[in-house]
Design a protein around this ligand. Structure first.
Ligand SMILES: [Zn+2]
Length: 327
């Protein structure tokens, strides 16, 4: 049903899934840059299409609204919400003989800005397992939000400016929605602002936010992307107190080079990964992007599990119900 060609390809439809290099036909699970390329034809949800266009220009797209099955390339393809960011989707493929679910980046917990994840059962599960180690258990979302609001309010009371570093797509809008719902004024770096406008156009309520031009107004919280160029602009902000909003709950603020680290994640943690595997109830599980030890954890739980990469053991792959080509 699929093969591995430096990435996952659905064989019958010749559909590349989340490739970073241009393909004739590419499914894009969500609009983070490590999942996109300028494909000749991209398949994605309508909201991902808007974000894809905003980031990579107008490109040919075949839109796949959630839960609507598309007959395409000899497969029935359906997207389901992944709970990771606006438009993020899992891909469910049915070739008439077996079914496959590709999760992409996903999160089971609720989100202020993304539809909650839905996991159908499937014969084959390809799961994104970034946090696939027992050390990666996120603190409860409510606790992370309380921590963010408490520290932002303390910073403002001191007459200083909270500056939150968050990914321009997804995390920045999540933080904006949380802060504005608590009554805070938010000013955004241009890169964040342009994505926020797409969210707003898609009907996501982010509250009142504005573009940061020059210096921020007193009493505002500033949101910037975490990259160096954006951080370089921070020198203009007087008495800035810096925050990183990161899923790596174990990351210390010192290691991240900020005053405060807030453990708010857009990814499933270890417990959620195990819950997702149980829910999909697949005959075989392939793990991507995570530690190889996660495969061992699944095998210890009795699952037939393999890493999805060139290190996948050929002998075991040949016994599996899917055809896996190793390059
Ligand atoms: Zn992502």
């Amino acid at each position: 049903m699929f093969h591995f060609d430096r990435g996952l390809k659905l064989t019958r439809a010749d559909l590349a899934v989340d490739y970073r290099r241009r393909q004739p036909r590419g499914f894009i699970s969500h609009a983070h840059r490590d999942h996109m390329a300028r494909h000749e034809l991209a398949l994605c949800t309508p909201h991902t299409a808007r974000l894809y266009h905003a980031r990579m220009g107008q490109r040919p797209v075949l839109e796949m609204p959630y839960r609507e099955t598309l007959d395409w390339g000899g497969l029935k393809l359906t997207t389901y919400p992944a709970g990771h960011c606006l438009g993020s989707a899992m891909l469910f493929a049915d070739d008439g003989e077996q079914t496959l679910l590709y999760t992409g980046d996903f999160k089971l917990a609720e989100s202020a800005t993304a539809e909650r994840a839905e996991l159908p059962t499937a014969d084959i599960l390809v799961i994104e397992s970034t946090y696939g180690a027992p050390a990666h258990r996120h603190v409860p979302r409510g606790q992370a939000i309380d921590q963010l609001l408490t520290l932002v309010e303390a910073t403002l009371r001191d007459g200083k400016t909270p500056v939150v570093q968050a990914y321009a797509l997804g995390k920045a809008q999540e933080v904006t929605a949380i802060l504005t719902a608590a009554g805070h004024s938010v000013m955004q770096h241009r890169e964040v602002y342009e994505i926020s406008l797409v969210y707003r156009a898609c009907g996501v309520e982010l509250g009142a936010f504005e573009l940061l031009r020059g210096k921020p107004r007193d009493g505002c919280t500033v949101i910037v992307p975490p990259h160096r160029h954006a951080r370089a602009d921070l020198g203009r902000i007087r008495a800035a107190v810096t925050f990183a909003v990161t899923g790596w709950a174990t990351s210390s603020s010192r290691r991240l080079g900020v005053d405060h680290a807030i453990p708010l994640s857009d990814h499933a943690d270890y417990d959620d990964l195990l819950a997702a595997v149980a829910q999909v109830n697949a005959r075989v599980v392939y793990c991507t992007h995570g530690p190889e030890s996660f495969v061992d954890c699944l095998r210890a739980e009795g699952y037939r599990a393999y890493p999805l990469d060139t290190k996948c053991p050929t002998a075991e792959a040949s016994r599996s119900p899917v055809q896996l080509r190793i390059f």
